[in-house]
Design a protein around this ligand. Structure first.
Ligand SMILES: *[C@@H]1O[C@H](CO)[C@@H](O)[C@H](O)[C@H]1NC(C)=O
Ligand SMILES: *[C@@H]1O[C@H](CO)[C@@H](O)[C@H](O)[C@H]1NC(C)=O
Length: 228
């Protein structure tokens, strides 16, 4: 059967059983995160920014291959909202991909028998989602395949690993807010709940602003419950 005929058949069957095309045809991550989309963000980082020559779209796409559920949230609408939400938080957290490492370089070590800190290392924010704390470095490293406790710096030097830590964190803690349509506000609460309930309206508004902009670029409505 020709592809077109097959597509029509799928469409007719979809309509008959009451599901929309939206859920029949997914969107590939590289078709959503186009060069134009990625460059539109990183081009806003100043020339002196360390991240500007570090983060690349190709490294992001390479990393995303290890997380097939990312940007494939069950429908084109959810997938686009997930991409918009991810890049909104990354834009806010890194200043349009300006920063690789957090400015305040605290130790961020919490007593842990499972993920004990190396006393010579610090677990401050690194990478697109600013991975922080020994237990996150330990768990991300275990999952991705690097020594997060003894070599947290690799998150700031290997861009593929760096994007993988961001996607790992996202899939662990944020992704389900998108798949269950809880709204962008819930993703803010999960990433930095301390700003919700009027505690830092400026930050919430900034994150929502990026999200709405990226939804607009991707051609999807932002959905309900934007604020937290
Ligand atoms: C962490 O563990 C060390 C050694 O086991 C202990 O001395 C210290 O009080 C603990 N710190 C906290 C904050 O629990
Ligand atoms: C980054 O890490 C990956 C996975 O360990 C490795 O295959 C790749 O060669 C590294 N890239 C660089 C530039 O070191």
């Amino acid at each position: 059967m020709e592809a077109l005929t097959m597509a029509k058949l799928v469409m007719i069957v979809g309509i008959l059983i009451g599901i929309s095309l939206d859920s029949v045809f997914g969107q590939s991550v590289d078709s959503m995160v186009t060069s134009e989309f990625f460059d539109g963000i990183i081009s806003q980082a100043g020339t002196g920014c360390a991240g500007k020559t570090f983060y690349t779209r190709s490294a992001f796409l390479e990393a995303a291959k290890s997380f097939p559920g990312f940007g494939d949230a069950g429908s084109a609408t959810k997938s686009k909202r997930e991409i918009a939400a991810f890049f909104a938080h990354v834009t806010f957290g890194t200043g349009h991909f300006c920063y690789i490492e957090e400015i305040a370089r605290g130790t961020h070590c919490l007593n842990s028998t499972q993920y004990p800190c190396n006393p010579d290392k610090k677990y401050y924010g690194r990478g697109p989602i600013q991975l922080t704390w020994n237990y996150n470095y330990g768990a991300a490293g275990e999952s991705i395949g690097f020594d997060g406790l003894n070599n947290p710096d690799i998150v700031a030097t290997n861009v593929t690993i760096s994007f993988k830590t961001a996607l790992w964190y996202w899939m662990e803690y944020i992704h389900s807010a998108i798949t269950s349509d809880l709204g962008f506000g819930r993703t803010i609460r999960r990433i930095n709940g301390g700003v919700c309930h009027g505690k830092n309206e400026k930050e919430v508004r900034a994150r929502v602003g990026y999200y709405k902009d990226y939804c607009d670029q991707l051609g999807v409505s932002p959905g309900p419950n934007l604020y937290c």
